[in-house]
Design a binder for this molecule. Structure first.
Ligand code: ADQ
Length: 512
């Protein structure tokens, strides 16, 4: 598949002069150095999967880090990035390598990520990584301020950029700023262990709108705010001086029709799927798709699978598990150790439990094309989401989107944000190996009527709560804030002298 243009429809700009500016750590495009020069690839991961269709439909600019710039051929690299800006409205910023390491591999992924996912034992902290985190956020703030025009709506994403709302507020007091947290917000017992916790909360409070994946995460944020900063809040709002900050729980969705369209119209997907169906005839297929991250529960899944095979001999040669695991954050030791242990377990399961006719576990440790992924979703009898903790988990929604006829079973960790809206899935506690194995066994033998009933209801909900509805939710709330900003523009608004006029027009809102 070619790369779809991210800003194919720039109607926002042409109709009203207002734009959406999305800011995230990485862009939806990734640079890859090959022998022939620099190549552009799609980024894998939930944020890119969700935001891509939204921006393709509604238009807007995207600002993010281009990735490491240590390689040779800087001229070629700059030319590719120039092309991204001109053709895709993706504006790459550069972060010096020493800052990037402390920011990304340091504070963001070895301090924030484990704490926000309830893994305090994985927390590592270096004061110089914090300095790098501050500096990287400052570089982002400069880049956004440079592109910003009055009336733009700035939408900041995720835990890498928690200081950015406040930094932008200082530079652009009148800007409309939204922040969405893709990962969970930790409990008020865990959050306070975080070094520099006060600065992080204050950084977020620069936004007009703070949105979380679930009500649970939103409540935990409010509890942390009270405990760490002594700030009271309402369920939907708090005050920073006399400036209101709106709070929302807005579970992210997918663009289900993209999956339906690949299933229906893409010849390669159909052919690939038909080939697999023939190959696996007589066997049931379990599927797992994850970034290779310790929060996704890959090791726990493999152990539960081994338990299932050992405890239920009737499944011998009758099932296979396909585990797709895309490498991620490979510069960090914990991730390298995870990879080594997964490799060992894969070898052990196939070596000890396989037969000459049967490899019980197929392990793919790379990113795969969307067409192939959709083919696998279509093929799989059971999709197994085993997150130990997850903001949402889009794989669950993608699988369901590929089951319009109601076949297939979703086995879902109760610790994924998705579980809050997917009650018809078979829920598991992934820390309980034995019960997980028995739930998988149940999923494999669920009677047809119950299976279809559960999947049909899930499918309807994924179709309804799609990413466009999520985007509309955020924009409407921002619009409400903007309008209230107009209404009070002549009043004294305390720390923020807001005379906000940034409103999205109805035409813009309709585009989402
Ligand atoms: P992630 O942690 O990246 O996202 P997830 O929501 O599961 O997790 O999204 C992963 C995305 O990557 C999916 O769209 C999936 O199709 C794709 N993907 C995974 N493995 C792949 C592979 N091998 N090849 C190709 N594509 C692959 C973060 C949070 C989540 C939250 C999302 C969105 O951690 O909790 O759901 O953001 O908000």
């Amino acid at each position: 598949m070619g790369l779809p243009s991210i800003a194919r429809l720039s109607k926002l700009e042409s109709s009203s002069g207002a734009r959406l500016i999305v800011v995230s750590n990485r862009l939806p495009l990734t640079l890859r150095k090959t022998e022939d020069g620099w190549n552009t690839e799609h980024s894998s991961g939930g944020l890119a999967s969700a935001m891509n269709p939204l921006l393709r439909k509604g238009g807007g600019d995207w600002i993010g880090w281009a990735g490491d710039s240590n390689e040779q051929d800087q001229e070629g690299r700059r030319a590719v990035l120039q092309g991204w800006a001109e053709k895709e409205h993706c504006f790459a910023i550069e972060i010096p390598p020493d800052v990037a390491k402390g920011f990304y591999e340091g504070y963001a992924n070895q301090t924030l990520w484990p704490v926000f996912h309830n893994f305090p034992s994985e927390l590592k902290f270096e004061a110089r990584d914090w300095d790098a985190y501050v500096e990287a956020n400052r570089i982002f703030a400069g880049a956004v301020a440079e592109r910003y025009k009055p009336n733009d709506l700035i939408w900041v994403h995720d835990y890498h950029l928690m200081l950015l709302p406040q930094m932008l507020r200082a530079k652009l007091p009148d800007a409309a700023i939204g922040f969405f947290l893709h990962i969970p917000f930790p409990s008020s017992e865990i959050f306070p262990i975080l070094p520099r916790r006060e600065e992080l909360l204050e950084g977020l409070l620069g936004a007009d709108l703070l949105a979380f994946q679930t009500h649970g995460h939103l409540q935990q944020f409010r509890a942390a705010l009270l405990r760490v900063l002594g700030m009271e809040s309402r369920i939907d709002q708090l005050a920073v001086g006399s400036r209101p900050v709106r709070l929302e729980a807005l579970p992210i969705g997918i663009a289900p029709e993209e999956y339906a369209s690949l299933l229906l119209n893409d010849k390669a997907t159909r052919e690939q799927c038909a080939e697999w169906v023939t190959r696996d005839r007589g066997r049931k297929v379990l599927l797992a798709v994850d970034r290779l991250d310790y929060t996704k529960g890959v090791l726990e899944r493999l152990r539960a699978y081994a338990h299932l095979l050992r405890s239920s001999p009737e499944f011998k040669e009758k099932i296979i598990l396909i585990q797709i695991a895309v490498p991620t954050r490979e510069g960090i030791d914990t991730y390298q150790d995870l990879r080594t242990e997964v490799n060992r377990l894969v070898g052990e399961i196939n070596g000890k439990l396989g037969t000459p006719e049967w490899t019980p576990l197929v392990y793919i440790n790379r990113s795969i094309e969307r067409t192939e992924l959709v083919g696998l979703y279509k093929l799989a009898d059971v999709c197994w989401i085993g997150s130990l903790r997850d903001g949402m988990n889009l794989v669950a929604k993608e699988y369901v989107a590929c089951k319009p006829e109601g076949d297939g079973v979703l086995v879902l960790s109760e610790f994924a944000g998705t579980a809050a809206e997917m009650g018809e899935a078979l829920l598991i506690n992934p820390f309980d190996e034995e019960r997980t194995a028995s739930t998988i066994a149940r999923g494999l033998s669920l009677d047809e009527q119950e299976r279809r009933l559960r999947m049909t209801m899930l499918h309807q909900r994924v179709a309804r709560n799609n990413v466009f509805r999520w985007g509309r939710g955020l924009f409407h709330r921002s619009k409400k804030r903007s309008l209230s900003g107009d209404a009070t523009s002549t009043r004294n608004r305390g720390d923020c002298k807001c005379s906000r006029s940034a409103t999205l027009t109805n035409a813009q809102l309709a585009a989402y």
